[in-house]
Design a protein around this ligand. Structure first.
Ligand SMILES: [Zn+2]
Ligand SMILES: [Zn+2]
Length: 328
């Protein structure tokens, strides 16, 4: 929706900005800027004011064009978000009619952070859930960091806010398959990399000893990690069906959280399955991750598109540079 505006200074000059450029107010939570820490963040939500189908201007915040009835898109088909220390790309891919992934990237003080959400395509309005969750998650995570919370607490706070936002997307009448999505967040500070997730979007550490940091919340992912499944689940070992997600039909899962303190520099990659379906090997991802962060995100998106692009693709990349010099 186009409701992101500062009560004193109006809408931001750049459509992807989720903070007021004049006073720094958070345009999702409405909170004024922290007096001591500068916070900046961007989102892939579209600000289009005219229908892509018939060209008519949208009236108000209705979810459909009142001229031709076409559903109003929530996210952009292709968005590139770049803050230097964190960057990302989301793309519709080659087969899907819309982009149901969402991405938000930000920085506060010396920390950078990103959130990637993948709307569950069998649910209603998955793109709304994904954007509501990504924006609420990153806004709360950044506010927690600005308030001095440690990255693990900020990660948990952000995921809880995202879960509440995705649940609220359904409104009072949740229906049979309410809006739902996956969630993965990443934070890079001066000494720590922290990720949190619910679902099958992934985080990879790309530095010395590259590794996938997340375990997919799917039947196949749990079995591959040697974990036992909830007894009620039919354990088709090939099943990529989610066992945890965000939405009104989810029993409020807590994010799983992992932190590491790398001795040397590297990158933290977050992605939806539109990328890791095509490229999932940590060493191969690390080999493709040098250069400017936005170029890495563009390149990995192209890899998925060239592979077939069967799904929406979202890639976020954060830079990690340990303070005090790298330890051998
Ligand atoms: Zn303002
Ligand atoms: Zn229209």
């Amino acid at each position: 929706m186009s409701g992101h505006a500062c009560p004193e200074h109006g809408p931001p000059s750049e459509p992807e900005h989720r903070f007021c450029e004049v006073c720094g107010r958070n345009l999702v939570t409405g909170e004024p800027a922290s007096p001591s820490v500068s916070t900046t963040w961007l989102s892939s939500r579209t600000d289009s004011t005219a229908c892509a189908g018939c060209g008519a201007a949208y009236a108000g915040d209705e979810p459909y064009c009142d001229h031709c009835g076409r559903r109003r898109p929530v996210g952009r088909d292709h968005a590139e978000l770049d803050l230097g220390c964190v960057a990302g790309v989301t793309d519709r891919g080659r087969r899907r009619r819309g982009n149901e992934d969402a991405i938000a990237v930000g920085r506060t003080g010396s920390a950078s952070a990103a959130v990637v959400c993948d709307g569950v395509s069998t649910s209603t309005h998955p793109d709304t859930a994904a954007h509501d969750a990504a924006e609420a998650g990153l806004a709360v995570l950044l506010a927690a960091l600005a308030d001095g919370a440690d990255p693990e607490k900020a990660t948990a706070d952000g995921a809880r806010a995202a879960a509440a936002a995705a649940r609220a997307t359904a409104g009072p009448d949740a229906g049979e398959s309410p809006p739902s999505c996956t969630y993965v967040s990443g934070i890079a500070t001066a000494d720590t990399v922290t990720v949190g997730w619910i679902g099958d979007s992934r985080a990879y550490w790309l530095g010395a000893d590259p590794a996938c940091l997340t375990v997919d919340d799917s039947v196949a992912g749990q079995l591959a990690a040697g974990r036992s499944l909830p007894p009620a689940l039919d354990a088709d070992p090939e099943s990529r069906a989610l066992i945890r997600w965000l939405g009104a039909d989810s029993d409020d899962p807590e994010a799983q959280v992992v932190s590491l303190r790398p001795a040397g520099p590297g990158r933290l990659l977050l992605c939806s399955d539109g990328l890791h379906h095509y490229l999932s090997d940590p060493t191969a991802l690390a080999a493709a991750s040098s250069g400017r962060l936005i170029d890495v995100a563009r390149h990995l998106t192209t890899v998925a598109l060239d592979g077939g692009g069967h799904d929406n693709i979202t890639v976020a990349v954060l830079s990690f540079t340990p303070s005090g010099g790298s330890v051998p």
